[in-house]
Ligand binder design. Structure first.
Ligand code: ATP
Length: 234
């Protein structure tokens, strides 16, 4: 579905991604783990076309993403849920959700999708008239994911969805990611919560200073000595 091939990317003089290869097959949950600054968010931003790579390629169902602008990438079915939530703080929950279905192809499904995300996140239904900015961190994260789903993604890109959340909410968010995937959405996840993310992933990549140093099945990486030492404190 998504093919990243020998991708190189720099911010000015500083090269951040080095010959990065990564694939996501339809139906999978694929996770990229790595320390702060390894280039995880930058990888997602390249897929969304928010930044432009210097060499290599990214294709989505065979289409060359180099030829597309960010809004076209959304129309093609790739939706990024950014780190730090970035919901619209002055809008209500319902208004935030409606904003998520701005693309033409998602508008006819707006009401059905609102029902669907309220089933996933009953808390959002309870708070549909509340201003986004007055909700807790966990609720804002739920809203950000729900808003992303409003665009009918085929592939959802999740950037650190568990960051800063209390343990119970972390578990809830990872359960929801699995549920979304079961409903047919392919997931590319970037996480610092290595244990939880590998636990739910079909496959994963370990990134160090912009290079893939390890890749494999989620469960195999959980048992990998390097991963245990570097990320799981074992
Ligand atoms: P984090 O979890 O801290 O976001 P990350 O693995 O997602 O880590 P990136 O955000 O992709 O890492 O950052 C990779 C490198 O690029 C870091 O050294 C970072 O300082 C640098 N960087 C990120 N954004 C910019 C920017 N807009 N301009 C310049 N350098 C940047």
């Amino acid at each position: 579905m998504l093919n990243i091939d020998k991708l190189n990317f720099s911010y000015g003089d500083m090269q951040v991604l080095w010959d990065l290869d990564l694939t996501v097959n339809e139906g999978e949950i694929v996770t990229v783990v790595g320390a702060n600054g390894a280039g995880k968010s930058t990888t997602l931003k390249n897929v969304s076309r928010l930044v432009k790579w210097t060499s290599g390629s990214i294709t989505f169902n065979g289409a060359d993403l180099a030829k597309h602008e960010p809004h076209e990438v959304v129309e093609m079915g790739i939706v990024q849920v950014p780190e730090g939530r970035k919901i619209f703080p002055e809008m209500t929950v319902l208004e935030n959700l409606r904003m998520g279905s701005f693309i033409k192809s998602a508008r006819p499904d707006r009401d059905a999708n609102i029902d669907r995300v309220f089933q996933l996140f009953p808390r959002l239904k309870e708070r549909e008239k509340q201003l986004g900015g007055t909700m807790s961190g966990g609720e804002q994260q739920m809203l950000a994911i729900a808003r992303g789903l409003m665009a009918n993604p085929k592939l959802i890109l999740l950037d650190e969805p568990s960051l800063g959340l209390a343990p119970l909410l972390v578990k809830f968010i990872f359960d929801i990611i699995q549920e979304i995937n079961k409903q047919g959405v392919t997931v590319l996840l970037v996480e610092q919560n290595v244990y939880q993310s590998l636990r739910i992933s079909h496959r994963a990549y370990v990134l160090e200073t912009g290079r893939v140093v390890l890749t494999g099945k989620g469960e195999d990486l959980l048992n990998d000595d390097h991963v245990k030492k570097a990320f799981l404190g074992m």
